[in-house]
Ligand binder design. Sequence first.
Ligand code: GRG
Length: 293
Amino acid sequence: MEKYLENLKNIIENKLNEYLPEIFPEEIWKAVRYSVLSEGKRLRPILVLEAFKICTGKFEEALPTACALEMIHCYSLIHDDLPCMDNDNFRRGKLTNHKVFGEGMAVLAGDALLSYAPQIILQKTPSNIPKETVFNVLNEFYNAIGPMGMLGGQVVDILSENKEIDIPTFEYIHTHKTGKLFEFALKSGAMLAGASEKKLNALSEYGKILGYAFQIADDILDEISTFEKLGKTPHKDAKAKKNTHTSIFGIENSKSELLILCDKAKTILKLENIESPLLCYIAQRLTDKVKGE
Ligand code: GRG
């Protein structure tokens, strides 16, 4: 399975390289390429491809949407690392974008990705996918990344710093800031494939739960892991007095919740007869990763 994941990762990275030009003004593309082509797991685009593959047996036609989603993820990382947000010096084992290119260029690199990613979906999705489907995917894309989605989660996260928050607010932050991109990954793959409503809903639900579980795992790893393994500075959440799953529920409860969510994600697939060793493996690996620390 790891070999299969590595192969998908290479395919995505080659496409990202192809989609990101090195043209005038060179400095912006240099900054964009620095972050996008750095060593990420490419989990979100892999999920787009897998959802499409579950429904059609192939994945190539979903590559533009998969790459666009990775570009949005990279924009969020670049902006999140800025001094006005999380103020991080390292990401993916390298200096953050603003540390290399300056704050102004890092803001613009994020903006460039935000405006360029939807064009990739529009321009590169093969013409055998109906235009109406592409339109609907784009609509979901904007829902997932904007004020109804990831950006909304980030807003509430910032407003909640150094404050005690209730559980619904905490869940809103996690399900939006992190969860919405995961949900979109599965949903868009299914939509592009013309999946039945039942299958689409089941895959979206898996994505939603996996996204929440992923953030819990990230919170746990921030407490217990190291710079070498994370590629970024650990223990930052506690220092910034952030509301994390572990700070609210305690590390052992977070670990139990993670297990429950990953089992739930796998059960959803089983109930809908969705055969995907990869989706089961991804949910399983998330829990194993935390156990292995
Ligand atoms: C700037 C609008 C805006 C939003 C920023 C999502 C987000 C909000 C910021 C990203 C930073 C962050 C800590 C997000 C939580 C999700 C998360 C754990 C991201 C890291 O994802 P990985 O582990 O990273 O998939 P790689 O590097 O492997 O791609």
